[in-house]
Ligand binder design. Sequence first.
Ligand SMILES: Cc1cc2nc3c(=O)[nH]c(=O)nc-3n(C[C@H](O)[C@H](O)[C@H](O)COP(=O)(O)O)c2cc1C
Length: 198
Amino acid sequence: MPAGLQRLFDIDVRATPVREHGVDDNPVRRATSTTGEAPGSVGRQAGRVPRLLIVHHTPSPGMQELFEAVVKGATDPEIVGVEVVRVPALSAGVSDVLAADGFVLGTPANIGYISGALKHFFDTVYYPCLDATRGRPFGAYVHGNQGTEGAVKAIRDITGGLGWKAVVETVEVMGGPDKGALERCWELGATVAASLME
Ligand SMILES: Cc1cc2nc3c(=O)[nH]c(=O)nc-3n(C[C@H](O)[C@H](O)[C@H](O)COP(=O)(O)O)c2cc1C
């Protein structure tokens, strides 16, 4: 079992609400070598620990597994100096987004689109955050049982409008999550968190 996936089963993320952490080898190097803030971004606040915000809609045990894998990756002990905050999509708001330096978005595919919960999140934060968050890194995972294309496109379109920068390909998972799906979610979390390491 890969070291990263092994760690997935070693730590109970539900007992660790907010943490600062480090990263696994490849995701860190890949992410840190490709990130940087675009013109128009207000940048990070001096003296503050970079913050990753995980905004997720998690309506089932399968999606909980994916969410936990993302958190495990983002809070890997080798990631240092990154605060990881997770907020359900129906509770996340403008202040959460403005306070974050990067994002992971998680949603089921619902009726060919993102969940209503994540859509509500974007409806709430889009214009208030448009100017301030341009250029910030993000990644996403989508779970479905029939087809995730519409949800993936919606995330691409909305984040494109916001000017957020994808630092990892969106993870698409169909059906019950297997080992490979959990590994990809772990790497998603690690990669976006690593992109915030200074
Ligand atoms: C109203 C509704 C619409 C859905 N639409 C889609 C869809 O368009 N594409 C898809 O792949 N899955 C669709 N699903 C399945 C959900 O994505 C799935 O229930 C969710 O990811 C959780 O999966 P799980 O219950 O197997 O863990 C839909 C589910 C519901 C309840």
